[in-house]
Design a binder for this molecule. Structure first.
Ligand code: BG6
Length: 521
């Protein structure tokens, strides 16, 4: 049993106003896509409302679908009105923002498109527009190369009048080879300080807080190693299915979509050595060092330490939902994985022998991303009659989302005559301690790009290191007998085999959906 003991908030802290970045013209490739509608436009508007983005910024969407400016704005209005954080379209700030949204029709594979884009940007500048240019590749990754080359050939990567920067969405390629190739292509055209490889997890407040929690508290460092930590569990569970992204997801799957980037980044922040400063390179050097201590798995290791899954029909939040193969746009015999669980190991002095269990999946019982750091048991069960009745070992849970916060589980004396222990929990919650909504990850990262700060972005050698870990897994899986899909019901906690994966080490996963009695945060 766990009794919550709340750490009282000392004060409510409001978010300081943002410093305004230099104005720029932002060109979005893939402007009719899901990412632009659901994430980028709301984040840009948020930035404007918070004072981070100049009201002189212009946003130009591009895509193959022929649209006028007004049609583009109308489509965005429809999506935004449906979203859970619906924007008030009558707010004068939105009306001003909307007037700065434009659209140019163009096929990214058509070399003729780029000189036309360059001419448009020049005309805007001559008419008093911005000199700085920001290009955002929000298309499927196969289009990144023609876009980068097109920009280079049209002279858009160089800008004597201001700066030119490029943002590339993950996944960066499909594997080590194509990732390296993409890095080569982009480095031929843009300088490294102008390239921003975005992984939106790094923009989340709670992910950045991993660094502060680890390196801003001296009590942790002495115990943050294999001598005291039994295992680490990293979860990114989603209750949503593939939604309208079947075309992208069929080519990507859970390993490339979530593990190669978001989950390895979280693992790196939990396990890396302290950086000497918060300078972009000092931080990223440590991350690369950690990733290179994770040796590529052999086929046998992949067999032992990896479980894939795909959801079948089931019930989520009381509603029946179809299986993955029945989703619109998905091949009826698809072998794309919608779930992955891996037991990663880190071959260095700090972590030798400590499993890092990582799992992610769509259509699971609940939406929950968190890191659980589980400590070893005390050597002696002093406070219980039988060792097996001893309270659970100490555990730190970093709740990435939702209900952002940190809890620490420990033993306390159960009131009464006897010296008996009971498990209790101290809890820090962002909502209780801080005023206002947390900034969205995309707003934070877009502001970073406008300010030219790449600390929260992935360096090319970091991307290489991530693929060096994932590509051998993908290759080994191709050689192993395929798992029979679907192998978990929508609304469950994933395939049964994933329990065996951690069970072999004597552990069990933390349930994804919190129990109804509220005993687990
Ligand atoms: C994206 C993936 O990068 O992250 C999506 O492509 C996934 O498939 C999303 O749903 C999850 O992000 P968040 O911020 O909702 O946890």
């Amino acid at each position: 049993m766990t009794t919550p003991v709340r750490a009282l908030p000392r004060e409510k802290i409001s978010r300081p106003p943002l410093s305004e970045a230099e104005a720029c013209t932002l060109v979005i490739f893939g402007a009719t896509g899901d990412l632009t509608r659901r994430k980028l436009i709301p984040a840009l508007y948020e930035l404007q409302c918070l004072g981070g983005m100049s009201i002189r910024c212009e946003i130009i969407g591009t895509g193959r679908t022929p649209l006028t400016d007004e049609q583009f704005r109308g489509r965005l209005r429809e999506t935004l009105a449906e979203s859970k954080d619906a924007i008030d379209m009558n707010d004068p700030r939105w009306r001003g923002f909307e007037q700065r949204l434009h659209y140019i029709t163009g096929d990214p594979n058509d070399a003729e498109f780029y000189p036309r884009l360059a001419a448009d940007l020049d005309a805007r500048r001559r008419a008093g527009g911005n000199a700085n240019r920001l290009f955002y590749i929000a298309t499927p990754s196969a289009l990144a190369r023609p876009i980068i080359e097109g920009l280079g050939a049209a002279g858009l990567a160089k800008n004597d009048a201001g700066w030119a920067r490029i943002v590339i969405e993950k996944p960066f390629g499909r594997d080590l080879k194509s990732g390296q190739e993409l890095n080569r292509v982009v480095s031929d055209v843009f300088a490294e300080e102008a390239i921003f490889r975005i992984d939106h997890y790094l923009g989340k407040e709670t992910v950045q807080n991993v660094l502060v929690f680890r390196f801003g508290n001296s009590m942790l460092e002495p115990v943050w190693n294999r001598n005291y930590i039994d295992y680490v569990e990293i979860t990114a569970a989603e209750s949503l299915g593939v939604e309208s992204r079947a075309a992208f997801y069929e080519q990507t799957g859970a390993l490339r979509d979530m593990v190669t980037n978001h989950l390895l980044q979280l693992l790196t922040l939990i396990a890396m050595e302290p950086p000497v400063s918060l300078d972009a390179d000092a931080l990223r050097d440590q991350k690369v060092q950690l990733l290179s201590a994770m040796h590529p798995m052999t086929v046998d290791e992949v067999k032992q330490r990896t479980v894939l899954g795909q959801y079948g029909v089931g019930t989520v939040a009381g509603k029946p939902v179809p299986g993955y193969r029945d989703e619109p746009g998905v091949n009826a015999h698809s072998d794309t994985e919608t779930y992955a669980a891996i037991d990663f190991r880190i071959d260095n002095w700090r972590w030798e022998g400590v499993p890092f269990f990582v799992r992610t999946g769509k259509r699971l019982s609940s939406q929950r991303s968190e890191v659980v750091v589980r400590f070893k048991r005390t050597p002696q069960a002093l406070f219980s009659r039988a060792p097996e009745k001893d309270v659970e070992p100490n555990q730190i849970t970093l709740r990435i989302q939702p209900d952002e916060g940190i809890s620490i589980a420990f033993a306390a004396k159960r009131p009464g005559d006897e010296l008996r222990s009971i498990g209790v929990e101290a809890d820090f919650s962002y909502a209780e301690s801080f005023d206002g909504k947390l900034p969205s990850a995309y707003a934070t990262l877009l502001l970073d790009v406008m300010q030219g700060d790449s600390t929260r972005f992935t360096r090319s050698d970091e991307v290489d290191a991530e693929w060096r870990i994932i590509t051998p897994i993908e290759e080994a899986l191709a050689q192993l007998p395929a798992t029979e899909f679907p192998n978990y019901a929508a609304g469950s906690d994933g395939p049964a085999e994933a329990n065996a994966l951690v069970g072999r080490c004597g552990h069990h996963w933390r349930p994804i959906a919190p129990p109804r009695d509220g005993t687990q945060k």
